[in-house]
Design a protein around this ligand. Sequence first.
Ligand SMILES: Nc1ncnc2c1ncn2[C@@H]1O[C@H](COP(=O)(O)OP(=O)(O)OP(=O)(O)O)[C@@H](O)[C@H]1O
Length: 374
Amino acid sequence: MAISLQLESFKLTQFKNYESEQISCSPALTCFTGANGMGKTNLLDAIYYLCMGKSAFNTPDSQIARHGSDFFRLEGDFQRAGTREHIVAKVVPRKKKALERNRLPYPKLSEHVGLLPVVMIAPDDTMLVQEGSEVRRSLVDNTLSQIDPAYLSHLIAYQKLLQQRNALLKQFAEQRIFDKAMLEVYDQQMLRPAQVLYEARSAFIEGFRPKVNAAYARISGQAETVDCTFQSRLAQAPFGQLLEERRDKDRILQRTTAGPHRDDLVFSIGGYPLKRFASQGQLKSFVLALKLAQYQVLLEEKGLPPILLLDDLFDKLDPQRVAQLLGFLREQPFGQTFITDTDPERMKTVAGQSDALHYQITKGKAARYPEKQI
Ligand SMILES: Nc1ncnc2c1ncn2[C@@H]1O[C@H](COP(=O)(O)OP(=O)(O)OP(=O)(O)O)[C@@H](O)[C@H]1O
């Protein structure tokens, strides 16, 4: 597949440890190497921010503005299916956040999501297995939001109503009152977004499962099968019925105890719970498989290869897994890729293709490696 999504260059101003820097990108592979803490990951996060309107690490905007600065700005020049897309993010934390596409501000930031599909693979992806359900839901939500703007609108609507319903339950407890009719106003409004989220997530997981298993087999080179299933109470009863059944419980606990905000993904290996039975190596292969499956779903649904951001993977994976991953990347119709690594020598072998660009990062400054070193 011809590359039809490409970041040509991007500019950071007062973004994390970058005062001002402009980076030209390879259409295929751009590598950033440097010691720990120099600002390699920050570059990947800047690209992610331009694609998604927020940090990949949930870093609040107030912590993104460079120490001592009260704003930050990012600019990216993309080519998307033959069309130039100039994206600018101008952020004054807690005061103003504007995202512009070709000099026109978006009325809503969420309208930008999906234009420039992106997948970040980072060492802390192991949280997908080790942490609570919120992290797993956000993998699903992130993917579906990039595929379907309507999904994101329903998600935002649901989350807002949920917050309001929970606030009302708290208020009832504080004032020692209970007004069923008032609660039902929220219940009614939540039915449709909840159903949309449930149906979209269920359908998504069906397509996602075989891709996770196939990617795992390829990366780990092992025979055991892995699985990923969707767990939602909405599979047992309609949301309206769940809300009614749990009204007393919700009242006592002062929060909404059932709904799409409690959905989860269940992971297994060889038929056993992955979290408890996977070795460290199996766990790393599995989270990598989850992200590569996400990449493939986006590729199929969007019809153009997402930008792939690989953070620090080579440091954290053993050489065999690195080789498997590189083999996998070479086999697939992967689009533009960005990689960070502490070891320039290792990167030289990875970047040993003619159209790769290789930068040395030192304290928020990027310098091109001389061509002959690549
Ligand atoms: N708002 C900010 N203002 C100034 N510097 C910041 C800000 N946020 C983060 N930094 C700095 O950015 C650096 C971390 O950058 P980054 O995570 O990109 O490093 P890295 O090169 O990827 O390192 P590693 O190899 O350890 O992953 C740290 O030195 C940190 O102090």
